[in-house]
Design a protein around this ligand. Structure first.
Ligand SMILES: Cc1cc2nc3c(=O)[nH]c(=O)nc-3n(C[C@H](O)[C@H](O)[C@H](O)COP(=O)(O)OP(=O)(O)OC[C@H]3O[C@@H](n4cnc5c(N)ncnc54)[C@H](O)[C@@H]3O)c2cc1C
Length: 261
């Protein structure tokens, strides 16, 4: 994708955005590139920094997470006997598990739950594997010593930013709307919102640059519709799990979304 963009005339500069200042005709961004700092001017900025939502946090008001959800994610070496073709999802009192076989003999294993349970799995990887083996999320029993790296903790909560577009800026992907992984739509939404954001900006392009004004209404409405449909799906999932009514994880997640009437 980067190669395609470069061939289409995009200039690619690798670096971390570390500071933002307003300018008469747009923004000034300070980029950290190794030990070097560089300042760039831009008439328009698009925030595609994922859950970090760097620009949104500088220019907008950060959104509210629907309900606490963290993920402990691990990568395993799958045994040759693992021919499982399914995406495996399983709910347990403390949250839910996900696993899928990947190319090159790998398998992803993730536990989603409240901060303390996820923290425990990240601090003691053996507990992650033991629990995975116990609950049956893996299609094979012998998982000892297969972890390729220490499990990582990630924020996985649904979050819609209060503002994700404005004067001379726009956010796409997770920076605008980070979806609950149960929907498995984060990558699709990143592409969709990038496409829709680009379409919304096209009429405002003058001499190769986005002008000072653009019509964000259609883009805002489309992103909000995705958010609403994600919430509907989550409501269905949360209230379909009736086995653990006393478990704090399920109580929190059911409280966060009213039941389907
Ligand atoms: C473990 C895990 C598993 C997932 N599995 C799935 C799945 O199976 N299916 C699915 O659809 N989605 C999945 N997702 C979600 C999916 O990865 C995201 O929704 C998607 O990557 C969002 O794309 P994005 O381009 O908006 O952000 P990202 O892919 O997060 O990219 C943001 C980029 O911005 C960079 N960045 C951040 N801050 C700055 C800064 N200040 N300056 C410069 N650069 C910065 C980051 O380094 C990163 O490269 C998963 C997420 C995780 C964490």
């Amino acid at each position: 994708m980067l190669a395609l963009a470069t061939r289409a005339g995009v200039t690619h500069i690798d670096g971390q955005a570390v500071a933002l200042a307003p300018a008469a005709d747009g923004h000034r961004v300070r980029l950290q590139r190794g030990s070097v700092e560089e300042e760039l001017s831009a008439p328009f900025l698009i925030d595609a920094t994922g859950r970090a939502a760097w620009l949104v946090r500088k220019l907008g008001e950060p959104g509210v997470r629907a309900a606490e959800l963290m993920a402990a994610v691990a990568w395993l070496r799958s045994p040759p006997s693992d021919h499982d073709q399914s995406t495996r999802v399983m709910s347990v009192p403390e949250g839910w598990w996900y696993s899928a076989r990947l190319p090159q003999g790998l398998r992803v294993l993730a536990f989603h739950g409240l901060r303390h349970a996820v923290g425990e799995h990240v601090r003691t990887p053996a507990s992650l594997l033991a629990e995975a083996r116990r609950c049956g999320i893996l299609p094979h029993a012998s998982v000892d010593g297969e972890l390729l790296a220490t499990p990582q903790a990630h924020d996985a909560a649904l979050r819609l930013q209060n503002r994700f577009a404005g004067h001379r800026w726009l956010a796409v992907g997770d920076a605008a709307l980070a979806l609950n992984p149960l929907a498995s739509q984060g990558l699709l939404f990143a592409l969709y919102s990038g496409l829709q954001g680009g379409r919304a900006l096209l009429p405002a392009v003058v001499d190769g640059a986005v002008g000072p004004t653009w019509d964000s209404a259609d883009y805002l409405a489309r992103v909000r519709r995705v958010h609403q449909s994600n919430e509907r799906a989550l409501r269905g999932f949360a209230w379909a799990e009736t086995r653990f009514p006393e478990a704090p994880f399920w109580r929190q997640h059911q409280r966060a979304v009213s039941p389907v009437l």
